[in-house]
Design a protein around this ligand. Structure first.
Ligand code: GLP
Length: 243
């Protein structure tokens, strides 16, 4: 797997935004697998700029987010629903809300909701491009270390390190949900093309583990070595030492 250093996060974000833009340009009914997190902010901003300047018709595009916190309604300011509205769907007119999917974190029966989401992915997929960030412990989506490689969309108990890392998006660490619904590793692997982005010193260890080539559920992102079409883009700070 090639890990490409694109220098700065701004450059890498623009590069990946362009990949998504081109995908939608060439296939009106593209299916995009979308990720949240701080890493993606500049990428979505660049994407909105590209869409806006070129007035691309995105009405046929269908999107599938990786995950959502259990217990947060779509209106909760820290929910991934709100993140996506704020950063993309409210920024560029034309996305069809009925085609923009996230798991429902407020569902009465989260297990049932996870099964519904996996069926939706099976019916509507496969995804053309899946965008991924990475957790400091190597998680992708919310697939924490130890998640089986054959997992489908499921309910997850978040690890202490993920709760700690994500507490910056909440007023209080105590407000961070302890569980989430996440696409599983097998669900992610069904995408035709996968692009992972990682920026900053705090991601260097996870990217170094990915670069070693060992494939282990202890570092969930290493499953990507088994996918034929994966690109990994990092900035200077997240680039492993190659010596
Ligand atoms: C969260 C998300 C992941 C994301 C990761 C990194 O836990 N579920 O999809 O990749 O954290 O987030 P950030 O980009 O904020 O570091």
């Amino acid at each position: 797997m090639k890990i490409t250093n694109l220098g700065t996060s701004t450059q890498a974000s623009f590069y990946v935004a362009t990949a998504l833009y081109k995908q939608m340009l060439h296939k009106k009914e593209s299916k995009l697998g979308l990720a949240t997190g701080g890493t993606m902010l500049d990428m979505y901003e660049s994407l909105v700029t590209l869409l806006d300047k070129n007035q691309l018709d995105v009405s046929q595009v269908e999107t599938f987010n990786l995950d959502e916190y259990i217990g947060l309604t779509a209106e909760h300011p820290a929910s991934y629903h709100q993140y996506m509205n704020h950063i993309l769907f409210d920024q560029y007119e034309g996305f069809d809300p009925l085609k923009c999917h996230l798991p429902n974190g407020a569902a009465e029966d989260p297990e049932c909701e996870a099964a519904r989401y996996e069926s939706l992915l099976d019916e509507r997929g496969p995804v053309d491009i899946q965008i991924l960030g990475i957790g400091q412990n190597g998680h992708i989506g919310f697939n924490e270390p130890g998640t089986p490689f054959d997992s489908v969309t499921h309910c997850v108990d978040l690890t202490e390190s993920t709760i700690e890392a994500n507490s910056r998006y909440f007023d209080d660490k105590a407000d961070v949900p302890k569980q989430a619904i996440s696409m599983g590793l097998r669900s992610i692997m069904k995408a035709k093309r996968i692009i992972l982005l990682a920026f900053g010193e705090q991601k260097k260890e996870a990217i170094t583990q990915l670069a070693t080539g060992n494939i282990t559920p202890d570092v969930p992102a290493t499953i990507l070595h088994l996918h034929p079409n994966v690109e990994v883009y990092v900035d200077d700070a997240a680039m492993p030492d190659l010596s």
